[in-house]
Design a protein around this ligand. Structure first.
Ligand SMILES: CC(C)(COP(=O)(O)OP(=O)(O)OC[C@H]1O[C@@H](n2cnc3c(N)ncnc32)[C@H](O)[C@@H]1OP(=O)(O)O)[C@@H](O)C(=O)NCCC(=O)NCCS
Length: 283
């Protein structure tokens, strides 16, 4: 490229999904066009244009009036190191106003985000593979797994809020339209769930919300058994310790992202925990 080539910025439009997929493929991300469309439809974003082509992307999501996220920040390899990433993230920050923000960033992006006021608060492990023998997990008395139905949306939104501090009803509706789901009931109460949907090279399990690690294993183990021998991914918070169990299942850690926050981190509000995220972008 010409070093002097002009770079302009405009809002991300539906027609940008196809070039955006080309960029994510160029940096080794597995997203299909459908995966881009899913995240785009839930938020908004920016593209960097040069020589008539999309050279960079950044998406934003407003979870509520207090919290938001940034993700899918990519600059085409031949155009990196010229300030495009920073320009895109600065525009994303303006879109999100004074909300506190979270993101899961690569090591490559760390310095850029730190200079823009983000700090590292954790690590998100990317686990994937074709799960093999799934040992059955023993549930407690009165506990059972059952399929999730459309009428579960309010319950799942409530559990999501308890686990993450975010009330994300629109996201839950969108997820249930493309996911299979399993819920963990204890007596009359639903105390956990795990969704599974097509993504990238196969399927992804997430979000997973559970009262503890044993129940999270029962929920993830359900999908590992249903889809045994096929490509399955899940992204888990390292601090919660599921990594070795997933590796034994045939889903080793293949990469890790840094969880970063700008402002105040949304906090858990109940006695359940988010073990796996929806995806790295949405958290
Ligand atoms: C991360 C990424 C978006 C940065 O885009 P970019 O256009 O190259 O970044 P910029 O030129 O705006 O540089 C931003 C800052 O990061 C620093 N930086 C850029 N590339 C770097 C690298 N390879 N290693 C360390 N720091 C780097 C720059 O010095 C700059 O700091 P400054 O603004 O204080 O001078 C780009 O490298 C990329 O697309 N990587 C692959 C996908 C990815 O990892 N995305 C982030 C996921 S959240």
């Amino acid at each position: 490229m010409e070093p002097s080539a002009e770079v302009t910025y405009r809002r991300f439009a539906a027609r940008d999904v196809q070039p955006a997929r080309r960029l994510s493929g160029a940096v080794g991300w597995a997203h299909r066009e459908e995966d881009w469309e899913f995240v785009r439809a839930l938020g908004s974003g920016w593209v960097a244009m040069a020589e008539g082509e999309v050279r960079g992307t950044a998406l934003t999501w407003r979870h509520d009036s207090r919290y938001g996220s940034i993700g899918m920040v990519i600059v085409e390899p031949g155009w990196q190191g010229r300030g495009i990433g920073r320009q895109l993230v600065e525009r994303a920050l303006l879109t999100l106003g004074d909300r506190s923000l979270t993101l899961n960033g690569t090591r490559e992006g760390r310095r850029m985000y730190e200079r823009l006021g983000f700090r590292v608060v954790g690590t998100l492990e990317q686990h994937q593979g074709a799960p093999g023998n799934v040992p059955p997990t023993k549930l407690g008395r009165g506990e059972r797994l059952r399929p999730v139905g459309a009428s579960d949306v309010p319950r799942l939104v409530k559990l999501g809020l308890a686990a993450s501090g975010l009330r994300r009803a629109k996201l839950m509706h969108a997820l249930l339209a493309v996911s299979e789901g399993i819920a963990l009931d204890r007596g009359d109460e639903t105390v956990g769930f795990a969704l599974c949907r097509r993504f990238g090279h196969g399927r992804v399990v997430g979000p997973v919300v559970a009262p503890d690690a044993v129940r999270a294993q029962a929920l993830i183990g359900h999908w590992a058994a249903v889809h045994a021998g096929t490509f399955l991914r899940t992204d888990v918070d390292r601090a919660l310790g599921l990594g070795p169990w997933l590796a034994e299942l045939g889903m080793p850690e293949v990469d890790a992202a840094l969880t970063m926050v700008r402002g105040e981190a949304p906090g858990r509000r109940g006695d359940v925990t988010a073990f796996s995220v929806v995806n790295q972008a949405l958290g």
